[in-house]
Design a binder for this molecule. Structure first.
Ligand SMILES: *[C@@H]1O[C@H](CO)[C@@H](O)[C@H](O)[C@H]1NC(C)=O
Ligand SMILES: *[C@@H]1O[C@H](CO)[C@@H](O)[C@H](O)[C@H]1NC(C)=O
Length: 305
């Protein structure tokens, strides 16, 4: 039975409070796992060999929702909030279990601008080392971590799912480029985790690293990692972040203050929907209207958690 594989490494953490919240008000992991039998995302249409299935071709659903958990695509502000929670719980869990991880791709670009996730981007990317992914696969696959924070007062379960194809280092398996996922079991939103592996046969010689998605870089562009803050939490970024970003997105992505239906407001250091009509479709209500809490709850976790 599938549920037996659930290693319920249950963790109660209260972000922003000085004491972790312990309680028995939590439901068992199985009640959140596979909460529905019908996959609403269209995942069923994917090739059977693909471990993390995509969704977009088979339904109107956004591909950045895990079809096992997603029921609806969230509105603009709800999604933004859910992604923030996703990132915060991810960063604090990985810090807790001692797995080094750093921001990459569009997520790193979001950091560059204002240390937040880009509001139009639900494709969240982080990387780990090869020993890191092996450790996760060995000890934490399918672990469920439960969090209770000022913003998630009802509590929420996040699951770490490691692709069994992680052990294949080669770029031959185009269906399994993503090595693991950190999944919000309520919304289905997730973070893609890829391992950066030393490439021993790279024509450019020693120190080259490759990911299964084809990205490659020199190790000195990544290490030593730099300490920073992202979404209010301690996080790490590659040492040569500007070079990496310029190479991936061109320098204009680092300076253009209008992008994807959004404008960057220097005064508030925020990407906001472009006020010109129809630039972006906004659904839901801004956080400030919906809830009273704000960024000052995003204090770093207490020591020793
Ligand atoms: C993680 O667990 C799932 C569910 O049991 C399994 O299908 C998958 O192969 C596991 N991944 C690894 C890396 O063992
Ligand atoms: C190493 O790099 C080469 C050249 O980019 C690539 O073809 C090969 O797939 C890489 N190997 C691994 C294990 O990633």
């Amino acid at each position: 039975m599938r549920l037996l594989f659930l290693l319920s490494a249950t963790l109660f953490v209260s972000l922003g409070a000085s004491v972790p919240v312990f309680g028995d008000s939590w439901s068992a992991p199985d009640s959140t796992w596979r909460k529905q039998t019908k996959d609403m995302s269209g995942r069923a249409g994917d090739p059977p060999d693909k471990y993390f299935r995509i969704t977009y071709r088979y339904s109107s659903f956004n591909s950045h929702y895990d079809g096992r958990f997603a029921e609806v695509e969230l509105g603009y502000y709800e999604q933004k909030q859910a992604l923030k929670n996703l990132m915060q719980t991810f960063l604090s869990t990985f810090r807790d279990i001692g797995v080094e991880t750093w921001l990459m791709h569009g997520t790193l670009l979001g950091w560059w601008w204002n240390k937040h996730i880009l509001p139009w981007d639900s494709d969240i990317d982080v990387q780990v080392t090869e020993p890191g992914i092996t450790f996760l696969a060995t000890y934490y696959n399918m672990s469920v971590f439960r969090y209770k924070t000022p913003r998630i007062s009802e509590g929420r379960a996040y699951m770490l799912d490691v692709n069994p194809h992680y052990s294949n280092r080669e770029q031959t398996d185009g269906l399994n480029k993503i090595d693991a996922r950190w999944i919000d079991t309520t919304s289905g939103l997730f973070i893609d985790i890829t391992a950066a592996r030393y490439n021993l046969t790279h024509p450019a010689g020693e120190g080259m690293m490759s990911c299964k998605d084809g990205h490659e870089f020199k190790d000195t562009h990544i290490f030593p990692l730099r300490d920073t803050i992202f979404e209010g939490m301690a996080a790490k970024i590659p040492s040569q972040y500007a070079d990496l970003l310029a190479k991936e997105y061109s320098t204009s992505a680092l300076t253009n203050t209008q992008y994807n239906g959004h404008v960057f407001k220097e005064e508030t250091m925020e990407w906001v929907p472009d006020p010109r009509p129809f630039m972006v479709q906004i659904t839901g209500q801004p956080e400030s209207v919906r809830t009273e809490d704000s960024d000052h709850h995003d204090t770093v976790l207490p020591e020793g958690l």
